[in-house]
Design a protein around this ligand. Structure first.
Ligand SMILES: *Cc1c(COP(=O)(O)O)cnc(C)c1O
Length: 495
């Protein structure tokens, strides 16, 4: 059986389902595979598989304590007509690059790829480990994760989900998406405070052992849906295989040819999934990490120094506005030769001084990575360029990656002897105002739906149901509370 260790401690070993249930190790580390599994079938044999069939071939290697029936049920429950295309993750070609569209799920951002299956992986894991408690997901959100988690867990038996968002800190569309959420097991609460207040409140509840014991007596077990759970990471490996096989099938590649992958990065989950795909044997050459103005990762890949002591910049690609990329810890562990002591030391440096430096040996193991960044201005220019040249519309996050790829063309022509696949992480409709600003070159002070309509007509695009559906949807969640009332809100909901 596959075993999972903590990145900070050798002695923790869990089964796949235990690691999914637990989320984060007690020592603060993340769960990593003892050994990265290798794809046991020839790439050629996978060419004709559907997304779901392929998902099974990849995920069964990581979650090998699930039976075939259990895992297939999770996959079938997740990747169904919630997605607006049976392809699930279509590959679009535009202006010299391939865009792997990961935004065809319910909330039109790539987080749906993992959060649509996580609830099923969790409830199955609970059953396998004879846990009969109801799983209560607590999430603090700055916008995107909350809605994707709500959509994933709504009406999933054996679960409840509570989302806290900063009352005045999310966009009008993001707020509407959340407060109109259906499902009797959902609760959405506006907090009088900022995102940090929400996050701190949630962490405080998680660390409150008395409170956890008290609700456990009533049959409730707290868990988290954020991106450090291995159950969120593994489903993301699948679409890199899918993209490669699509290129193979369409004869853009012959077996064994390599591709390059570029990922707009925040918490380092998506690009880490590509790294795992490569280590499973998928022919990927370079992994290109793209950052926005918060370019802490760009600096890290170029210098070996990670330094979060810098100004936090609010950008038009908010899901990448992050100064601590949690999943990078998993990469550090692997490039240190699966060494928990070295990893724990670096994480200690990070929490104490906000900074660490990796050794020369570790640096050598980063050779498959490249990094780039795009400023806000470059990002807007890229949206405009691609739209003008090809009519294809990028969202603000994808445009960061696209701009980085475009800039590399000047310096590293060799990259373009192979197909470059760009992870396209959100629908432009999710960030319609910024996208139209980029295309029009000016900002009028209209409401968000004005730009949605303008985008549909100028881009000749159909407005996704995720946006259209909330125009007139009933508001179901009106609760707002002070930051110190979060625990009470949880207690009341569990009565
Ligand atoms: C979350 C998110 C990202 C960043 O992905 P990570 O896995 O955190 O690196 C990029 N783009 C969008 C639209 C996102 O929602």
């Amino acid at each position: 059986m596959m075993l999972y260790n903590s990145t900070r401690n050798k002695n923790t070993t869990l089964s796949p389902s235990q690691a999914i249930l637990k989320g984060l190790s007690d020592d603060g580390g993340l769960f990593v595979p003892e050994k990265i599994p290798v794809m046991d079938r020839k790439i050629d044999e996978l060419k004709e598989l559907t997304y779901r069939e392929l998902a099974y071939e990849v995920m069964k290697l990581w979650f090998d304590d699930f039976t075939e029936e259990e895992l297939k049920k999770c996959i079938d429950s997740a990747y169904d007509d919630k997605f607006d295309t049976p392809e699930i993750a279509p590959l679009a070609y535009s202006g010299g690059a391939y865009y792997l569209e990961l935004y065809h799920g319910k909330t039109i951002a790539f987080k749906d790829m993992a959060l649509s299956i996580l609830p099923y992986l969790m409830t199955t894991s609970a059953r396998k480990n004879n846990v009969e408690d109801e799983i209560v997901i607590l999430t603090a959100t700055s916008g995107d994760t909350g809605k994707a988690a709500l959509a994933g867990f709504a009406d999933v038996k054996g679960t409840r989900i509570i989302v806290f968002y900063p009352k005045d800190g999310v966009s009008p569309i993001q707020k509407l998406q959340m407060v109109t959420q259906e499902g009797d097991n959902t609760l959405v609460v506006g907090v009088d405070g900022n995102f940090d207040d929400c996050q701190t409140g949630v962490k405080r509840i998680f660390n409150d052992e008395d409170f956890k014991a008290e609700i456990l007596k009533k049959g409730y077990r707290l868990s988290s849906a954020n991106s450090i759970n291995i159950g969120r990471l593994v489903p993301q490996i699948v679409y890199y295989f899918y993209a490669y096989l699509k290129l193979l099938k369409n004869e853009k590649l012959v077996t064994g040819d390599k591709i390059n992958v570029c990922v707009p990065t925040g918490n380092f989950g998506n690009i880490l999934a590509a790294y795992y795909a490569k280590n499973m044997g998928l022919p990927i050459d370079k992994l290109i990490c793209a950052s926005n103005d918060n370019k802490v990762l760009f600096d890290f890949f170029n210098s070996g120094v990670y330094d979060r002591n810098r100004e936090f910049i609010l950008t038009a690609s908010p899901s990448m506005d992050i100064l601590i990329s949690s999943n990078l810890e998993r990469l550090l562990y692997h490039i240190a030769g699966n060494d928990p002591e070295k990893t724990a030391k670096l994480m200690k440096d990070l929490s104490e001084g906000g900074k660490y430096e990796i050794t020369d040996d570790m640096k050598k193991n980063l050779e498959s990575f490249m990094a780039g960044y795009a400023s806000q201005e470059e990002t807007f220019k890229e949206i405009k360029r691609v739209f003008t040249d090809t009519g294809y519309v990028l969202d603000t996050h994808t445009a960061v990656a696209s701009s980085v790829v475009c800039a590399l063309k000047g310096k590293h022509q060799e990259l373009f002897n192979k197909p470059v696949v760009i992870a396209s992480t959100a629908s432009p409709f999710k960030f319609a105002k910024s996208v139209m600003y980029a295309i029009n070159g000016r900002e009028d002070e209209k409401d968000d739906f004005y730009y949605v309509d303008e985008l549909a007509s100028k881009g000749n695009l159909v407005i996704p149901e995720a946006v259209n559906g909330i125009r007139n949807a009933a508001v179901r969640h009106r609760m707002t509370i002070a930051a110190d009332e979060m625990k009470k809100a949880v207690t009341d909901f569990l009565k």
